[in-house]
Design a protein around this ligand. Structure first.
Ligand SMILES: [Zn+2]
Length: 260
């Protein structure tokens, strides 16, 4: 690999040399290319740079297949996450002109890597993994918004001078700030829409987020060890409110892009 880069660099330098010879052959030409001094400048209309970029959003219903997720009250996390994801897809499709892709649309098990892979392979602009929360303490709130732990290294020590390449499981680093901004915006919207619920932002080494190459978060809602929470999570009215709130946060984060 090293040899390849040296060759490429040599070629680039050579090409740059030819290019400057072509563009700046003499002092006369340099003067001719000098920019005019008092030209009126028309600025481009202000527009969020993210609007045009949000083409694909990937929603990941947590768990599936033999992995039921939290189950203690009888409700299965894997079923609730699929219901939430389908609702969120419908809501987002009605509001945004982006393509909405689910990592699974049936009761199948997927690895964390496969889930992030769906987002990466579809060149998604956003990746949201949906879960219900769980706490052994029945009275704990259980909800969280997870962002990948910033200093996660997968057990490898950082070489002096930093890494030249990111291993696949550190892809999250390329969008760490945007992921946190997405989490904060979602937190604000959820706290407003669901008074009494708390959605703390936590940083954890989550496998499903590690290799995502776009802003990525995981949302855990409620405590599936709490009977009242489990019942509410299965109610269509609650799910509709929840998914509308997530969709609103995503739309705000995407900077618009609303369907005309
Ligand atoms: Zn889960």
């Amino acid at each position: 690999m090293k040899g390849h880069f040296i060759t490429t660099l040599g070629f680039t330098v050579l090409f740059a040399g030819i290019a400057s010879a072509l563009y700046f052959p003499s002092p006369t030409s340099v003067r001719a290319f000098a920019p005019p001094q008092q030209e009126p400048v028309t600025s481009a209309p202000a527009k969020s740079p993210s609007v045009a970029k949000v083409r694909v959003i990937v929603i990941d219903p947590g768990h599936g297949g033999i992995d039921a997720g939290a189950t203690s009250t009888g409700a299965l996390e894997k079923d609730l996450t699929l219901l939430m994801a389908r609702r969120l897809r419908t809501t987002l499709q009605s509001r945004l002109s982006a393509t909405i892709v689910l990592t699974r649309d049936s009761d199948i098990d997927l690895t964390s890597e496969a889930r992030a892979g769906v987002a990466n392979n579809n060149q998604a602009s956003l990746f949201v993994s949906l879960h219900t929360g769980y706490s052994p303490d029945k009275m704990a709130s259980g909800s969280s918004i997870y962002v990948m732990k910033p200093d996660f290294t997968g057990g490898l020590s950082e070489p002096a001078g930093g890494r030249m390449f990111l291993p696949w499981y550190m892809a999250f680093r390329t969008n760490a700030a945007a992921s946190q901004a997405l989490a904060e915006n979602l937190q604000k919207n959820l706290n407003q829409a669901l008074p009494g619920w708390k959605f703390p932002i936590r940083f954890g080494p989550m496998g499903v987020l590690a290799s995502a190459t776009m802003p990525a978060i995981a949302l855990e809602v409620g405590n599936l060890n709490n009977d009242a929470n489990a019942k509410m999570l299965g109610e269509p009215e609650f799910q509709a409110k929840l998914t509308a709130t997530i969709a609103e946060a995503i739309e705000q984060f995407a900077g618009g892009g609303r369907k005309q």
